[in-house]
Design a protein around this ligand. Sequence first.
Ligand code: HEM
Ligand code: HEM
Length: 185
Amino acid sequence: MDLNIYKGTDSSWGVVAKLFHWIIAILIFFQVAAGINLHFMEFSMQKPLFIDIHKISGSFLLILVFLRIIWRFYNSKPSNKEVPLIHIVVSKIVHVILYALMIFIPIQGMVLTWTGGYDVSLLGLYNLPRLVEENLIKYEQFKSLHYYFALLLTFIFTIHLSAGLYHRFITKDKYGIWKRMSFKK
Ligand code: HEM
Ligand code: HEM
């Protein structure tokens, strides 16, 4: 299969990178909303089911993020020739933090699950070997850490989202930043 036709160009990230970006963005919204919901949920018969869904979608997200990064190395990136340096530097920092959090939080969620004495399964099909011992004191601490990192992720992607909307609506996308990640021609 010729993957070159799916690669980015000077003015677009290309269809594969766009699909990764938007599918992962939707999953992140879902994951944060479901997680915050779990944080405030009293224990009930349904809670374990919600936690299972959260774990399955979170591990799926982690797999997608790894695939996205692999594709990023292979893909051609749009040109930043016209874009002011300050935009380039700030957006690079924000993107690196986003990638780091998209990897760290799910892995930390897996560690948290093991310290609670539970299993992590790959897409609900296969249980991964437990790499960390059960420790219920750490479980509570790791749960708080997981929560605060999810809030940090929310904060950073809100900055990112605002920057995207700023390009789209305030600058009328004069540098083509919005267009290169959007599916609209
Ligand atoms: C509705 C919400 C969102 C909007 C409007 C949006 C918009 C954009 C746009 C326009 C770009 C292209 C930037 C460029 O070409 O320089 C971009 C890139 C990017 N976005 Fe988003 N985004 C959103 C949600 C998210 C979320 C939730 C995440 C992850 C937590 C995310 C992570 C990224 C990353 C890492 C890049 C850089 C791509 C790369 O360098 O590989 N975005 N986004
Ligand atoms: C970007 C991905 C993820 C985000 C944003 C996220 C977010 C959250 C949040 C906000 C909570 C609530 C914490 C609390 O109760 O104080 C939570 C709970 C939890 N998460 Fe995640 N999570 C993600 C991925 C994962 C993954 C991949 C796993 C494991 C495979 C996982 C396992 C758990 C567990 C076990 C809980 C505790 C539920 C409970 O006992 O109340 N999370 N998550």
